[in-house]
Write a new protein. Structure first.
Lengths: 195, 439
């Protein structure tokens, strides 16, 4: 491996690690989601309904899946149709993917990110609250999730693009893609092992 | 160029890029932005933020991570193996008893959890060795395991129905109630088919040797009760509470997840790696479904704003075909699309395109949704594209892939009969929601 491609691999590994950790942190949101809802049911039948459980539940759920976007890309699990793709040689796959990242991924996600930054900032400035709820919780924390998640996603997209470059050069993928059934079935790799 | 035509080009671009194999969610976002800007300018940017945030606030979709987490824990709690062993002892004297036991366990766990409760992998690990040891027919065994292992996604509660609800504009509770009878009916058809074939030809599923049967009736009944109690409690927590109106679907899902967590702790199976792996897998699988839901909601917003679905449905309606012919064409298209595509893009992209037409034809939305769900279920049994075959091969390497295919094919045929029944008798779907919710 040349020095230059060694550097590329180091960058890829670095970004992969960031996305990996974003998933490993955000995934814990599922536990409070369970407890909040269970608490709500218990309270409703024993004492009286809470006024905050509903808002909290969608906030936890919304943050959970949005913040998982970069991690899921890093795991190669975003849903795709690979029945043609999988038959192509690695270099063709890599060229097609590289082209798609440049044309389909970066422009859309970059615009989306840029829009979401303004949108979240506006929400902070106005101290926006959820008016439909009795609790009227602030909405800006949930709105801030979007730019954060998209920034992580953009970063991971760069790593994926570099993986294409690497595959074009070496003829081999660093990581593989998965379907829903495969993601559910396979055991997770131990920490730090992204292969 | 009129907006409707722009929408038509949008569809062409989408189909082309889907088949290139790039993640569909990203394609939807850029195509929606590009064609939306072309069609109606700046508004598209607001639409993107609005639709994404609407998805993030759609509380019923919180069922997706909850059910996935519950399913992952349930798999590892060891409840299924216990019940399977007891069933095996109880019915050991019967020809084909293992088929019956496997299907019973799969159905019960499917009804307790929102994803395939007993996945093909798990069912394969559990049942394949017993079936081999008892000299069961490989094809029939493979068919029972793959069909039982995929049936859980149809039997309510179901992540697929959760995603379908908002798309069709039908409450998820109606879909759950509607899917219950078709789901149980299919399970019964699978089991009946296997048992009848064993009755006609006992060598397909010989009775177990006496030492593997129950020693005494009373001890078996106690064992059976022990195996049934935890899963019955879970069933009451999730599906029971939802259908009974005690809890909203999301609360039911949370209750089920909480119950599974409690069970895993009670059975002393909870370890740090188990918990960590389960939450981590939950975020990955939830995100692959929900991120696509968000992107599709935006894409669907652009598409319908361009007015293309209306024009398409008008064009198809002007052909003046019989409405059942149109329904058959739609079902055939879904059946074929389900080969290359996963259920998520079909439900999120294809279904909204035909929806205005189906509405104009006056079909009941709940019934139509369940027809799609049953139809998609066949795709998981259609070799060689269905992944179930490879998962089974992975845990039962001694079985030939060709035998697994042949087994799946038989059960796919039963599935098609089931689909025809649900089409011919809408009451199979509509009766239960009518009784429960008085519609």
């Amino acid at each position: 491996m040349s020095i230059e491609s060694g550097r590329v691999v180091r960058v890829i590994r670095g970004i992969d690690a960031i996305s990996d950790w974003s998933g490993r942190i955000a995934c814990w949101l599922v536990l409070p989601l369970i407890f909040v809802m269970t608490w709500e049911i218990a309270n409703r039948y024993l004492i009286k309904p809470t006024y905050w459980a509903f808002d909290l539940s969608y906030m936890l759920y919304g943050a959970l899946f949005m913040l998982g976007a970069a991690y899921t890309l890093h795991r190669g699990s975003h849903i795709r149709t690979d029945f043609l793709y999988q038959k192509w040689p690695v270099k063709v796959q890599a060229w097609v993917d590289a082209f798609c990242y440049l044309v389909l991924f970066f422009p859309g996600i970059a615009i989306f990110f840029w829009l979401s930054v303004d949108w979240a900032l506006l929400s902070w400035q106005r101290q926006e609250k959820a008016m439909a709820s009795a609790w009227m919780p602030p909405l800006y924390p949930l709105k801030s999730v979007l730019p954060v998640a998209l920034a992580l996603l953009l970063l991971q997209g760069m790593a994926e693009f570099l993986k294409c470059v690497h595959a074009i050069r070496t003829g081999a993928w660093l990581t593989k893609q998965r379907s829903i059934e495969e993601a559910l079935a396979d055991e997770l790799p131990s920490e730090g092992n992204t292969k | 160029m009129t907006p409707e035509i722009i929408g038509g080009w949008l569809l062409v671009a989408l189909v082309a890029s889907i088949f290139v194999g790039f993640p569909i969610a990203f394609t939807l976002i850029i195509l929606g932005l590009g064609f939306g800007y072309w069609g109606f300018g700046d508004t598209v940017f607001h639409l993107l933020l609005f639709q994404t945030f609407a998805t993030m606030k759609e509380q019923t979709l919180a069922q997706v991570p909850l059910f996935i987490f519950m399913g992952l824990l349930l798999e590892r709690a060891g409840l299924m193996e216990r019940l399977f062993l007891v069933m095996q002892k109880m019915f050991g004297g019967l020809n084909g008893s293992l088929y019956l036991s496997a299907m019973f366990v799969a159905t019960l766990f499917g009804a307790a959890s929102g994803i395939a409760g007993a996945s093909v992998t798990l069912l394969g690990i559990m049942a394949a060795r017993s079936m081999d040891r008892s000299k069961y027919d490989v094809r029939l065994s493979a068919g029972i395991i793959t069909s039982g292992g995929t049936l859980g996604i149809l039997i309510p509660p179901s992540v697929m129905l959760v995603v379908m609800g908002p798309v069709m504009g039908v409450p998820v509770t109606d879909l759950y109630a509607g899917a219950l009878i078709p789901g149980v009916m299919l399970a019964a058809m699978y089991a009946a088919y296997a048992l009848i074939r064993c009755y006609l030809n006992p060598s397909l599923g010989p009775a177990l040797p006496p030492e593997e049967r129950a020693a005494s009736v009373s001890s078996t009944l106690i064992e059976f009760a022990k195996g049934m109690i935890p899963i019955s409690v879970l069933l009451m927590c999730s599906l029971g509470a939802i259908l009974g109106g005690v809890a909203t679907p999301t609360e039911g899902a949370a209750l089920g997840a909480f119950g599974s967590l409690t069970l895993v702790i009670l059975y002393r199976r909870l370890t740090w790696p188990l918990l960590y792996n389960s939450v981590l897998k939950t975020i990955e699988v939830s995100c692959m479904i929900l991120f696509l839901v968000a992107a599709s909601n935006f894409f669907g917003g652009v598409f319908s704003r361009l007015g293309t679905p209306e024009v398409l449905s008008q064009a198809l309606l002007s052909l003046e075909l019989n409405k059942y012919v149109i329904l058959l064409i739609i079902m055939a298209a879904i059946f074929l699309l389900a080969w290359p595509l996963e259920w998520v893009p079909i439900v999120l992209i294809f279904v909204p395109i035909v929806l205005p037409m189906v509405k104009q034809l006056g079909f009941d939305m709940t019934w139509f949704a369940i027809l799609i769900a049953v139809n998609l279920q066949t795709a998981w049994l259609s070799p060689p594209v269905a992944l179930s075959a490879y998962f089974l091969k992975g845990v039962a390497p001694q079985w030939q892939l060709s035998d697994i295919y042949m087994g799946m094919l038989q059960f796919m045929m039963i599935q098609l009969v089931g689909l025809a029944l649900v089409m011919a008798f809408p009451q199979l779907v509509l009766w239960l929601p009518g009784v429960l919710y008085g519609k």
